[in-house]
Design a protein around this ligand. Structure first.
Ligand code: PGA
Length: 250
């Protein structure tokens, strides 16, 4: 059975002391959430704290945002090379907040996917349709476009993860219907097979994100081709996040 990934996107929440507090509680929690592969995306200024605490807590971690270049005159950016040296293993790429608020484009995402894979990091490429696009019947078109463009520089046989996050379900409490998620994940699985390879199509974990919480996680985890969750609000509290990570196994 594929590993089930529970990824926490803390966004711009928590500083070092709240991060320490999270890990203190997390380490005391004993349960089936440990069967899931847990990844934490802290705010960049907490990376040092997380890098010290993650290994002992059996979690992996990554950057919410990183540059397309390893180093140089790029004020304000985060380096994937440094992330890797610090023990980080994942990079979130193309989150809808980055696309909408900071104008990140598909080609930028493609370059980041390429650099992450070249450095041995696992990209978590986020994609999803807006409500207007869904209402216009364009969901598959948008997903296909974002996937194709975001993977235009993909490196064969390197690890990859995809997070399907309908924009209208992020932080709204309006979780997508199981059938909508099933259809989108099936579409992405098949598109990956065509775009990259049969092997990548089969092995790439497809995560769902958008208002996942401790109450809906079990039902969502049973949808075919849902191999994990990318969780915002419900990942901030360690007990709640452990319940989300456990849901697949209950
Ligand atoms: P949410 O955020 O769980 O708060 O909806 C998900 C995300 O933005 O990745």
């Amino acid at each position: 059975m594929k590993a089930f990934i529970a990824a926490a996107n803390w966004k711009l929440n928590k500083g070092p002391s709240e991060t320490e507090e999270f890990f203190r509680t997390w380490k005391t929690l004993d349960g089936v959430h440990r069967k899931s592969s847990v990844v934490i995306f802290p705010p960049a200024l907490c990376a040092g704290t997380v890098s010290q605490l993650a290994a002992g807590a059996h979690v992996q971690w990554g950057a919410q945002h990183a540059a397309t270049e390893k180093q140089g005159a790029f004020t304000g950016e985060n380096s994937m090379e440094t992330l890797s040296k610090m023990g980080g293993t994942y990079v979130l790429i193309g989150h809808s907040e980055r696309r909408q608020l900071y104008g990140e484009t598909d080609i930028l995402c493609a370059k980041k996917v390429n650099l992450a894979q070249s450095l041995g990091l696992t990209p978590m490429l986020c994609l999803g349709e807006t409500l207007a696009e869904r209402k216009a019947g364009k969901t598959n078109e948008v997903l296909g476009q974002q996937l194709g463009a975001g993977l235009s520089l993909v490196v064969q046989d390197k690890t990859l993860t995809i997070a399907y996050e309908p924009v209208w379900a992020i932080g709204t409490g309006a979780v997508a219907e199981p059938e909508q998620i099933r259809e989108a994940h099936q579409f992405l699985r098949e598109a990956l097979q065509k775009l990259v390879s049969a092997k990548t199509g089969e092995s790439t974990p497809l995560l769902y994100g958008g208002s996942v919480n401790a109450h809906n996680a079990k039902a969502l985890s049973q949808i075919p081709n849902v191999d994990g969750f990318l969780v915002g609000g419900a990942s901030l509290d360690p007990e709640t996040f452990a319940q989300v990570a456990a849901a697949r196994w209950l």
